[in-house]
Design a protein around this ligand. Sequence first.
Ligand code: NFE
Length: 513
Amino acid sequence: MPTITTIDPVTRLEGHLKIQVAVDTVNGVQQVINAKATGTLFRGFENILQNRHPFDAQHITQRICGVCPVSHGLAAVMALDAACGITAPNNARIMRNLVLGANLVDSHILHFYHLSAVDYLNGPDMAPWQPSWNVDKRFDPAITATLVNHYVTALDMRRKAHEAGAIFGGRLPHPPTFIAGGFTTRPTAAGIARFKSYMNEIITFISSTYIPDAQALADVYADYKEIGRGFGNLLAFGCFDLNSSGASKLFRRGRVRNGSTTVRTVNLGLITEQVTRSWYADSSNNLHPSSGVTSPVDPATKTMAYSWIKAPRFAGVPYETGALARMWVNGDYQAGISVMDRHLARAYEALKVAQAMLTWVDGLKLSGANAVTAQVPATAAAVGLTEAPRGALGHWLQISNGTISRYQIITPTCWNASPRDDAGRRGPLEKALIGTPVKDISQPLEVVRVIHSFDPCLSCAVHVMRPEEGKKIFTLEHCHGGEEINSHDHSHDHERHHHGPSHDHDHSHDHSH
Ligand code: NFE
């Protein structure tokens, strides 16, 4: 009989995520046989934006999250540029990239040292190290002490990445400098020199500390190169425009299916958000985000739903987004898809972006224009697509009578932590949890390691707490008929029940090439 474990909230991530797993012994290994991911908050930013001035978008959407506000600011001004029919000058393009890059580097260092490494270390007898689940901690005391030191150094590096971004962004988080048509900052020689100095120090840290630590973790926990694979479908919208048209990017747009190295194009028209298992009106099911509706319902009236996160799908298929997707699609990292591959891809990506920023900053012209005038059209529809640290981010904007008539946001965590869809198919994180071995059911740390490898941000995915959901829960219960989650869930994907490669078959009809 499977045992149901609920972790609510999962800590060391942004926002509020509840994970339920059913654990049973299959082929002699106690492992996860079913999983449900629940976003326990309602976000509703789409509705907040309605009827507002379009230029409010970059300021309001940045408040979705303190970890990736830059990506929201950028996606918003990209949508506004397109709606206004204007192109930001080169200086603005570069400064937008530099602030986005500084935020990405900061976020990856934060995620590895402060949110994830703690899952593998038995650190000092103090917060945030204790209390902790004390299972499967493999580092000896000397290496543990070194990693704890690096945890502290990483705090300093995060601060420096923030300060580097603030040189052009004005402040971090929530830089006010992103505007339709450009950027409010004018670069100075002193600012450029300071940025380079910060970046050189951060590059040294990434190459001599972060990457070696991520590799050491992957070596010592090599079994996690086989755990947490999921569907193997990876999606990137691409980011860091290298020319004014955006045709050339540091990370190109693309997607792959089931761990293939064949990169396919992304036909944006095939993206929809499904809500059969989400607390939204059924009438809003399976809409393209350009016509999307955010219409919450009382959870009590929709019992088959279990999340405030919608289920974004591409041609009906779930896709994982993030650093691994970006690095895979661009041919920079294709070693595998697993817990450790996500950590390694992030570390290598941080280096790639930091090194690229060092060259971009030289492209700034002290006397160059930083913005063109933006005129809000009476009517427009546009999209801003970029990458947040956690993956592909899209803002779909519609303007009517000069004000925002529709705004839909799909964040990376919406893709990754989405619930089941119309076909009953799990979201990527849910899928990745299947087959995860659990040694001690009362301390399912392996489950948390898989969750953290996605670096979920529930603030981005959902917002606004239901007061009655404020309680903290960690429960174990045995599964009886009619439980909320059990081994006979009607998911259509094929569980693997072992640690070998998954053999998912995609039932969808994907017409893009
Ligand atoms: Ni709140 Fe975010 C990133 C976005 S995650 S951190 O990265 O958008 O969905």
